[in-house]
Design a binder for this molecule. Structure first.
Ligand code: HEC
Ligand code: HEC
Length: 301
């Protein structure tokens, strides 16, 4: 324990601890010397309840007293063996850090070969390996489900990973980059560029028309020329661009919202979708297996 800012606290804690242990012993000793003389009227504490219910001041039974002596003995042995007295490291030299490190080592020895086996396989091959997918599913449930859902079907702003629609590309390589490095889909607020609220609403109806969703034709027609402001990212036909994670607006799959009001809101506010990178946290090998699991999700019918 090197956390004390100066020696004073080291002694302060050690002395207080020792005094309490010794104090308990002394207290017990005096209690056990207290005997009742045979035939004498019992000693009472003077407390009386319910008219005649008296509290006797009898010593504890011997077995009970012994239990207390054992705990004192235990605490002294413990303080000698383990860190507990101020800065003392204890005779065994145990530390929680070193226990953690040795558990990690043990896990690495036990599971390392399993991860190494999958690391050498391609994502497609792992999708055909039930044991590998089971590991991938557990990794997914522990690390990804809070955003993408336990079935990978996503939520508003968090993409569905179990469909054929990809923001950043469907190839195994693209999926693995998404997982390892993370992704950030940035759409700036476009309201000012379009000008009036009518113009924004018109563009929103044009976006709806791209996927054949319910829209007002006149507004969509008025919005069409304004879509040039969006084409740089979403493409001239609104089919999206995986290089910058711009969603395809011409299908009926919506990341955020597929209503005129929701689209108007996206145009006004902009969007910033952040997928954290997992290289640091999960490491290369686990990221590889969970990527394969994601790939398998989109392949199931
Ligand atoms: C700088 C590139 C860029 C421009 C310009 C841009 N967008 Fe986007 N847009 C994006 C990105 C990236 C996303 C995804 C945001 C995310 O990942 O959360 C997005 C998301 C959207 C969405 C949500 C799609 C869904 O599935 O819910 C809509 C709607 C949209 N944009 C419409 C527009 C319109 C209309 C314009 C033009 C007025 C426009 N965008 C201009 C990059 C752009
Ligand atoms: C904090 C929430 C969060 C967590 C946790 C998270 N993701 Fe994501 N993920 C996102 C968001 C948001 C996006 C979309 C980014 C964007 O808007 O472009 C995304 C995108 C993705 C994509 C790209 C999807 C596409 O359409 O191209 C993949 C693949 C993915 N995540 C897999 C995972 C995996 C595997 C895990 C667990 C190891 C994980 N995610 C954990 C939020 C999260």
């Amino acid at each position: 324990m090197a956390d004390f800012t100066n020696d004073f606290w080291n002694y302060y804690v050690s002395i207080l601890t020792l005094l309490s242990v010794i104090g308990c012993g002394v207290f017990l000793y005096f209690l056990s010397r207290h005997k009742i003389k045979p035939g004498a009227s019992p000693d009472t504490t003077g407390h009386v309840w319910d008219g005649n219910l008296q509290e006797y001041n009898n010593p504890l039974p011997r077995w009970w007293m012994m239990l207390f002596y054992i705990t004192i003995f235990f605490s002294i042995v413990y303080l000698l063996l383990y860190p507990g007295l101020g800065r003392s490291t204890g005779a065994l030299g145990w530390s929680s850090t070193q226990q953690h490190v040795s558990e990690l080592d043990k896990a690495a020895k036990e599971y390392g070969p399993i991860y190494a086996k999958y690391a050498a396989m391609s994502l497609e091959d792992i999708t055909k390996d039930p044991a590998g997918l089971a590991i991938g599913q557990r990794l997914f449930l522990n690390n990804c489900a809070q955003c993408h859902g336990s079935d990978g079907r996503g939520a508003k702003g968090f993409p569905n990973l179990a469909d054929q629609d990809w923001l950043w590309g469907s190839s195994p390589e693209a999926i693995k980059i998404s997982v390892l490095e993370g992704r950030q889909g940035v759409m700036p607020p476009m309201g000012a560029a379009l000008g009036s609220p009518e113009a924004i609403e018109n563009v929103a109806h044009y976006v709806l028309s791209l996927s054949g969703s319910t829209h007002e034709a006149a507004k969509a027609a008025a919005g069409k020329p304004l879509f040039t402001a969006c084409a740089a990212c979403h493409g001239a036909e609104g089919k999206g661009n995986i290089a910058m994670g711009a969603p395809n607006l011409a299908d009926k799959v919506w990341l955020v919202s597929g209503t005129a009001a929701g689209i108007t809101n996206t145009i006004n506010e902009g969007r910033n979708g952040v997928m954290p990178g997992w290289k640091e946290f999960l490491g290369e090998e686990k990221s590889h297996i969970v990527s394969a699991y994601v790939l398998s999700l989109s392949k199931q019918k």
